[in-house]
Design a protein around this ligand. Structure first.
Ligand SMILES: [Zn+2]
Length: 82
């Protein structure tokens, strides 16, 4: 089960863990998996939201918010799955 839409969206406030560019991380779902991708350096990472292994792109600005909260804010698309 994926969290994101198959349509890529930029994740507001997210910082790339590789090149540290802000607001350059787009997130999307593919084959029921969630990915984040940096359009600056090409960084690509699979996200795992269920469970406790949280690989967050927000480590640098962790004081702001966690990614789960960002997802809720920017993705009013959950109605698709219900
Ligand atoms: Zn990057």
């Amino acid at each position: 089960m994926s969290v994101y839409s198959t349509t890529p969206r930029f994740l507001a406030g997210a910082v790339c863990p590789r090149c540290e560019a802000m607001d350059r991380i787009k997130v999307y779902s593919k084959d029921d998996k969630d990915y984040r991708e940096c359009v600056e350096c090409g960084f690509l990472d699979e996200l795992h939201f269920p469970g406790n292994s949280r690989e967050l792109p927000t480590r640098v600005n962790q004081a702001k918010t966690e990614i789960d909260e960002d997802v809720v804010k920017i993705l009013p698309i959950n109605t698709q799955e219900n």
